[in-house]
Design a protein around this ligand. Structure first.
Ligand SMILES: *[C@@H]1O[C@H](CO)[C@@H](O)[C@H](O)[C@H]1NC(C)=O
Ligand SMILES: *[C@@H]1O[C@H](CO)[C@@H](O)[C@H](O)[C@H]1NC(C)=O
Ligand SMILES: *[C@@H]1O[C@H](CO)[C@@H](O)[C@H](O)[C@H]1NC(C)=O
Ligand SMILES: *[C@@H]1O[C@H](CO)[C@@H](O)[C@H](O)[C@H]1NC(C)=O
Ligand SMILES: *[C@@H]1O[C@H](CO)[C@@H](O)[C@H](O)[C@H]1NC(C)=O
Length: 342
């Protein structure tokens, strides 16, 4: 009798075992199963239709044809999604009733926190689109609490400032006003119900080929990297203050500054030792001597750009955007700090 009971219990346990395993597995993958993205071309995966992101040679490495990324392949959004083990969120402009389960990407190339030279939705307008989705009950409270939000913007604000003002005397004041606007936007995303919000730190803008061309792609311009480090210092202080105020770490940062810089430095060393490897400051898809950008074709249908032989050896795809290889290397640098985001 007793023996029979015991075997009944073991039998029940055996039946339950797969269920227990499933429960264990599902708590393990719990972290974030949706990704919402705001910002510019570093994270846009298809919202800017009338742009180079939808023209060759963009997308030549992945997905194999132009598909809306300012890159030969995957960008930061794709790598963060792969970290979450989900497909990249649908670009907002392509959203329909059956493809919003992984979140939405609201990012739009060329935009900033303020108005820029591109007439696209700034971060605040992007957040309004997000708010609209929430109001339409596309996502519920628990969806929002468990999602990861990624915000990458600011570089285009500096470009716009530099082109409009031509003077760096006012730059510190501008950084202060920009960071204030960043904080307004972060607060707003949190007030909509998101609890895991990641802001990227500004990349070293003095290393972008559009800048380093002045040194023949030999060096980054330190004075401009200082703009990034000052911006980032102020961001870190403000994020810290926001978290203290909330009493919990809702806001995290992702260090694009040091991950870009150390990847570039490593590749510079390799290039110095082996000249068949690419100089990381040199873009793969370069403007030709006439000054056209990557992807530009003239009225006669002639390509006005040159393409490197092996995009997979480059760091920069074009004058401002990393290639897939560049993003992949940056992601490798960041990987150890991604666990804390979810
Ligand atoms: C929704 O978009 C996907 C592509 O993301 C497409 O394959 C699908 O046919 C669309 N569905 C509807 C209902 O429009
Ligand atoms: C963002 O864009 C909207 C619509 O064009 C505009 O009203 C708003 O002032 C902009 N926000 C900032 C901070 O520039
Ligand atoms: C929220 O929506 C998700 C689907 O996105 C669903 O699985 C979940 O049960 C919903 N939660 C609540 C509390 O309604
Ligand atoms: C340029 O500088 C002036 C002050 O010198 C400032 O009022 C203006 O907003 C700046 N322009 C941009 C685009 O930041
Ligand atoms: C230099 O790099 C190329 C391309 O990756 C590689 O095939 C070659 O073996 C390298 N040469 C040396 C001497 O390491």
């Amino acid at each position: 009798m007793v023996k029979q009971n015991q075997s009944t219990i073991s039998f029940l346990l055996l039946l339950l075992l797969p269920l227990l395993l499933i429960l264990a597995i599902s708590t393990e993958v719990e972290g974030a199963n949706k990704l919402f993205v705001f910002g510019d071309s570093y994270v846009d995966t298809g919202n800017f239709h009338n742009s180079g992101s939808y023209k060759p040679p963009s997308g030549m490495t992945y997905p194999g044809a132009p598909a809306g990324r300012f890159c030969d392949g995957r960008v930061l959004t794709d790598y963060i999604a792969s970290f979450l083990k989900i497909d990249p969120p649908t670009p907002y402009s392509l959203k329909n009733s059956s493809n919003f389960q992984n979140g939405i990407n609201f990012a739009y190339g060329g935009t900033g926190f303020f108005q820029t030279l591109v007439d696209g939705p700034n971060v605040s307008v992007q957040i309004s689109s997000f708010e609209q989705q929430i109001q339409q009950n596309v996502y519920n409270k628990s969806d929002l609490e468990t999602s990861l939000v990624l915000v990458n913007s600011g570089a285009n604000d500096y470009t716009t400032f530099a082109l409009k003002n031509m003077s760096f005397l006012e730059i510190e004041k501008f950084t202060e006003s920009l960071v204030k606007e960043v904080v307004v936007n972060l607060r707003r995303i949190q007030s909509l119900g998101a609890e895991k919000i990641t802001l990227t730190l500004l990349q070293p803008i003095g290393c972008l080929p559009t800048i380093s061309v002045a040194t023949g792609f030999q060096n980054c311009i330190d004075l401009l990297n200082l703009v990034s480090t000052n911006h980032n210092k102020l961001i870190l202080q403000n994020v810290d203050d926001l978290n203290k105020e909330l009493g919990k770490s809702v806001f995290k940062t992702l260090d694009l500054y040091n991950s870009f810089l150390s990847t570039i430095q490593t590749m510079q060393k390799s290039h110095a030792e082996n000249s068949t490897l690419m100089n990381p400051l040199e873009p793969c898809c370069a403007k030709d001597s006439a000054g056209f950008n990557c992807g530009k074709v003239d009225d006669k249908g002639q390509k006005r750009y040159t393409l490197c032989e092996k995009p997979e050896l480059s760091f920069f795809w074009d004058n401002v955007h990393p290639s897939q290889n560049g993003w992949n290397s940056v992601y490798t640098q960041l990987e150890s700090s991604l666990g804390q985001l979810i």
